[in-house]
Design a protein around this ligand. Structure first.
Ligand SMILES: *[C@@H]1O[C@H](CO)[C@@H](O)[C@H](O)[C@H]1NC(C)=O
Ligand SMILES: *[C@@H]1O[C@H](CO)[C@@H](O)[C@H](O)[C@H]1NC(C)=O
Ligand SMILES: *[C@@H]1O[C@H](CO)[C@@H](O)[C@H](O)[C@H]1NC(C)=O
Ligand SMILES: *[C@@H]1O[C@H](CO)[C@@H](O)[C@H](O)[C@H]1NC(C)=O
Ligand SMILES: *[C@@H]1O[C@H](CO)[C@@H](O)[C@H](O)[C@H]1NC(C)=O
Length: 155
């Protein structure tokens, strides 16, 4: 067995462009796992930092787009291989709010079913930090990075 000790991380947003009212940014995880920041990327519908796990078939560098007046983070493929991907509709970030789940952040296209108790709304940026705020709950700015079974790669 490997140790599944989750590390608290914060997600910093680096804005790469702001076209009209839309903001495009990349997310980096900071905390005990990485003082210099690990870029969050898409791997088979889940969010990883620290490297590409060998068990992932579709690994994509992404930026996220937040449309003015919307509280969703939509993933945009940031790779030259993007043209070979079927990313239409583009995947939206979701968070599983079930108490105690180990893999709460993922991505789903509009026509894909979300895990039960997962939501795509309530995301936002506060200064340089990403947050999630459900309607009926407190704002959450700390996320957990859970080690995968491959060294240095976190879910
Ligand atoms: C993502 O970007 C990093 C840094 O530019 C690069 O090393 C890596 O190969 C890229 N991964 C993919 C799947 O494009
Ligand atoms: C993503 O694309 C932007 C703009 O083209 C570029 O500046 C950035 O380095 C890219 N990042 C990765 C990790 O590919
Ligand atoms: C669903 O998420 C809410 C938080 O919004 C939580 O209070 C509740 O326990 C979750 N339901 C289940 C079945 O885990
Ligand atoms: C969603 O739509 C895409 C593009 O039209 C399609 O390739 C994919 O199979 C659909 N997924 C589901 C779960 O219906
Ligand atoms: C590591 O975890 C992934 C995802 O849970 C799984 O598909 C893979 O088989 C595991 N690899 C090993 C060597 O246990």
């Amino acid at each position: 067995m490997f140790c599944k000790l989750s590390l608290i991380t914060i997600l910093a947003a680096y804005v790469s462009s702001a076209v009209s009212e839309d903001i495009e940014f990349q997310l980096f995880a900071y905390g005990k796992l990485a003082s210099s920041g690990l870029q969050l990327f898409y791997g088979d519908g889940q969010a990883y930092v620290g490297g590409t796990p060998s068990f992932v078939t579709e690994s994509v560098n992404i930026s996220l787009v937040m449309t003015e007046g919307d509280d969703k983070f939509v993933a945009k493929a940031n790779t030259t291989a993007a043209s070979t991907l079927d990313w239409s509709p583009e995947p939206t970030m979701y968070i599983d709010m079930t108490e105690g789940v180990a893999n709460p952040i993922g991505f789903a296209k509009d026509n894909e079913t979300l895990p039960s108790n997962a939501t795509t709304v309530g995301f936002g940026l506060y200064g340089g930090w990403a947050f999630h705020k459900p309607d009926d709950a407190d704002i959450e700015m700390k996320f957990l990075a859970t080690p995968t079974n491959e060294t240095g790669i976190y879910l």
